[in-house]
Write a protein that binds this ligand. Sequence first.
Ligand code: M7G
Length: 311
Amino acid sequence: MDKAIDDNNEPQKNDDSPDLKDLASFKSERILNCDSRHKTIVALGSLGASEDRCLVILEKKAFEAESFDKLCTAETTLDKVFRNDVYGNYDCALASDLNAVKATVIYPASEKHIQKYEIQTIHIVNESPELYSSVIQPFLEKEQLNLQWVYNILDHKSEVDRIVAEDTDPSLGFVLLPDLKWDGKDLKSLYLLAIVRLTNIKSLRDLTSEHLPLLKNIHDKCTNVIQEQYGLPSSRIRSFLHYHPTFYHLHIHFTFLQYDAPGIHTERAHLLTSVINNIELLPNYYKVASLPFTVRESDKLFAVLKEKGLY
Ligand code: M7G
């Protein structure tokens, strides 16, 4: 597998590190983000005596309508805040098994992981093909995040039991599995990822008519599997690519349409059907189009763009 693009001085995962059973060994140094809308908190710290940095991301889980009855028992206690006319306002405590929080631990965490989760001022860049080839592409070649987790999935070294569908064809193939962000259960937040087998397509920018069979294969097979396994027709699924992605190995996101998933905004998400259509209309569309993307003020790329007088 081509790993040249992995050469980025990131801390490597220590495969001997045990699975965590609790967070007692996590020492928090700084809260990077606390988002009341998405009900998430992100802390930067360390684990035990290690000097490596660790990120802990906690996210309150959504309710499940089917198990609402379990929420209304004597174990659900109410503490009155106020009552006014017909309005009663209470602090409510649920039994711990109903109050689970999704925890993501990134360890060791690189500077890029930290930047990704830290709340930031962001700007839009309208990336022309010339800007891409002269500035952005050379920058990306030096500054990419490690893709080992992607190769581990493709090589069946990690997350094998989570694979939902697989096509082993060397040029049309992919692996479809739940995204890191999805627990694999709650259909209201369904989030799957199709990772292509080809290792030479970095992003949307690299796609041409040569890749239409791959894109159509992924679209058709993944939407069929989602219909069969989760009962959701393609009309209820949002399939899209990010530009720029965080990880430069082509992958396609599949989410439940009514889920306000992170990263679905117009400045970043490109619907798979539109991508296919654009390439059908113009085979080299993504080579000649200006593509917007966002950059944070703390990104190294922002400093590079500033140096070029673009900000
Ligand atoms: P992206 O478009 O490169 O950027 O998507 P984003 O992370 O800003 O969205 C990469 C996708 O891969 C994201 O949706 C991640 O949640 C997901 N992802 C990242 N990692 C490290 C893993 C992993 O180890 N396993 C799985 N299943 N998904 C991952």
